[in-house]
Design a protein around this ligand. Structure first.
Ligand code: 13P
Length: 250
């Protein structure tokens, strides 16, 4: 059984000092209360990666991830970062296709499919983020959108190892809004994703599916106990060690 992933996406928040301090406070606050079946993943902005990796050195159960990368080893790609540069800073995970990359930066499914393949081939564990907008939900398109994003995201990588490929279901309308999807909505979406994975991926029953969108200390225990929820991807409530430590141990 692969471990549940309790992930903190710090987005474009925190200076180096603040990020390292929060990482240290988190390790102290969690102490020896990290359940054996969970791992913690910190995903700070690029500028803070190296400092946080030094802070986490020697800590069992803590991992570092990048929020994004460009699918080339190096080259004239101003403003981009490569998987090799992420691993050089201590990352073993990376997000692909976060809703803010899709909707604010305009990243498209075919580009994301290339990143999934390239990232996996570069020794990164890839977390592919999928999720519907509120308009799509109102139009009854949840299944079509989620399975479409999943199929297109995996189009280049083909069969993947469960250990290295993770899905994060993040309904766009629940991100940063304080509006969490209800347990039934989450369970339904995760069951749907699992029912696609099992026939389409050899290791589909073991691929972890995280939930993200207004996860807080007071709703985490309910969410994490649902079938087919294999962890959480937390934004706002992960910025402070006090609240994220409660989520990690919920
Ligand atoms: P919030 O937890 O702030 O809703 O953000 C969720 C998210 O986007 C994590 O990647």
């Amino acid at each position: 059984m692969l471990k549940k992933i309790m992930a903190a996406n710090w987005k474009m928040y925190k200076t180096r000092d603040d990020a390292s301090r929060t990482a240290r406070e988190l390790v102290v606050a969690v102490g020896d209360k990290l359940p054996d079946d969970r791992e913690v993943l910190l995903i700070p902005p690029f500028t803070a990666l190296y400092g946080v990796s030094e802070m986490l050195a020697g800590q069992t159960g803590y991992f570092l991830g990048g929020q994004n990368f460009y699918p080339e080893q190096e080259g004239a790609y101003t403003g981009e970062i490569s998987p090799q540069q992420l691993t050089d800073c201590g990352c073993s995970f990376a997000l692909v296709g976060h809703s803010e990359r899709r909707h604010v930066l305009g990243e498209r499914d075919d580009f994301l499919a290339e990143k999934v393949l390239y990232g996996l081939n570069s020794n990164l564990k890839i977390i592919l983020c999928i999720g519907e907008t509120i308009e799509e939900r109102k139009q009854g398109l949840v299944e079509q959108v989620l399975l479409g994003q999943l199929e297109k995201g995996l189009a280049r990588a083909g069969q993947v190892k469960a250990e290295n490929f993770i899905i994060a279901y993040e309904p766009v309308w629940a991100i940063g809004t304080g509006e969490t999807a209800g347990p039934e909505d989450i369970a339904q979406a995760h069951d749907l994703i699992r029912s696609w994975l099992e026939p389409n991926q050899q290791e589909g029953k073991d691929i972890r599916i995280l939930y993200g969108g207004s996860v807080k200390p007071d709703n985490c225990a309910t969410i994490i106990s649902l079938d087919n929820v294999d962890g959480v991807l937390v934004g706002g409530a992960s910025l402070k060690a006090d609240s994220f430590s409660k989520i990690v141990t919920a």
